[in-house]
Ligand binder design. Structure first.
Ligand code: SF4
Length: 51
């Protein structure tokens, strides 16, 4: 489990009361190859609760 990784994506299977419980997390750029804001990033480890 990644230590002290806070996440607000409650719809993810790894989210437990806003703490990420995944063993490892990968974050990638999202929607652009030129990342300038946090909105241009996304968690690739996300897995939907009811997926
Ligand atoms: S895997 Fe990503 S989206 Fe899911 S709880 Fe962890 S940081 Fe959040």
């Amino acid at each position: 489990m990644v230590k002290n990784l806070k996440c607000k994506v409650e719809e993810c299977v790894y989210n437990d009361h806003f703490n990420c419980t995944a063993d490892a997390v990968e974050v990638c750029s999202s929607g652009t190859n030129h990342v300038t804001t946090q909105d241009n990033t996304a968690c690739s480890t996300f897995s939907p609760l009811n997926g």
